[in-house]
Design a protein around this ligand. Sequence first.
Ligand code: PGA
Ligand code: ZN
Length: 436
Amino acid sequence: MTDARIAKLYGRKVWDSRGRPTVEVEVRLTDGAVGRAIAPAGASTGRGEALDLRDGGSRFGGLDVQRAVRSVNDEIAPALKDHDASDQAAVDRLLVDLDGTTDRGRLGGNAIVATSMAVLHAAAASADQPLWLHLAGAHPVRIPLPEIQIFGGGAHADRRVDVQDFMVVCPAARSFSEALDWTAEIYRAAGGLMRKAGKTGGVADEGGFWPAFDSNEEALETLTLAIEAAGFRPSAQVGISLDIAASQFGSADKYRLALDNRALDTGALIDMLGRWIDDYPILAIEDPLGEDDHAGMVEFTRRYGDRCQVIGDDYLVTNAGRVAVAAADGAANAVLIKPNQAGTITEALTALRAGRAAGFGTIVSARSGESEDVTVAHLSVGWDAGQLKVGSFTRSERMAKWNEVLRIEEALGTAAEFSGWSAFPFAAPASATTSS
Ligand code: PGA
Ligand code: ZN
């Protein structure tokens, strides 16, 4: 047992991928080990999320984090001094108790999650292990199936299309590196199709194409064509994963699709998404209904959960209690795991375990505001989540995470098992088991 006590802990302001201030925490242990982590930030946030502390006022549009940095240096650092860094659960409990609020609004969710992650990194460094291995211990792990954004919309692209993320998943790939190879070809093919049609409008927040489509269906059509143009069989080899982020354009029985200029009730939205599932190679849909539309989630999962992964993000906010309720009612069959949504590493792991206990798919996820921090890549492997979502296939705050998983896959060598179809909470379609 090494002497892994917290000797020094401090916070600083750094900048995220949207050019906004965020919190970085650095921890030094008594044995010299160091850990460092940067808080990410969401744009389409769920109501039940841990709250980031922002300064308000006019500086940086009110988004400065001086108060959150002070939380780290003035309150968190003295409270954690001499604490055992290898006892993550105790560190996180102390952070939660010190904050004393349910929404983490006093010290700031950004201050708390950066501290929680930095301590985790320091403990791994103290054990002289890469983070994923420190987390996995003796448990077998799989390399996650990546969900990779090709088109960005919704709140991340001025609502140019209603749907927030049009992603691809490559469950028939034999490895993570092969899944990235396939995605790179699809991304190129999609770009080519869009240029030809004069539909490229720029880059969305997570790096995907910001498409000038006339309808949500046109985006689905183009993505399906791109999968085929790159030489893959839709559904059998490569599927589409959508983040509808429905809370961004409505709530129970009142949804407004800006692009199509249509208002929909819950039943009509479910019917429309159902038509998309029938017509396009869709394997996963996140937040198909608003975060308050529990009955809609139950109905959607009942109708499509046997062939589509139904993911709760804003709906479940990485909360173990909400996952348990959704599991009991059949209101989803997968949960997105965002550490900063839960508040701490321990709470995120608890939510993931609740999902696993319910037979849910589990997807570790980054946020739309990111940085060079690659913690989520390690969590997805070390916790054997099976899936990882970090945005597009461009821009270094995204590629840093994909590239980190490539390194982990290489380190695992022949022991690296790619999750592929096993990541989903439903059986692979028959077409996926017949060779082309
Ligand atoms: P956010 O978006 O990070 O802006 O919340 C990501 C998502 O909705 O999955
Ligand atoms: Zn989402």
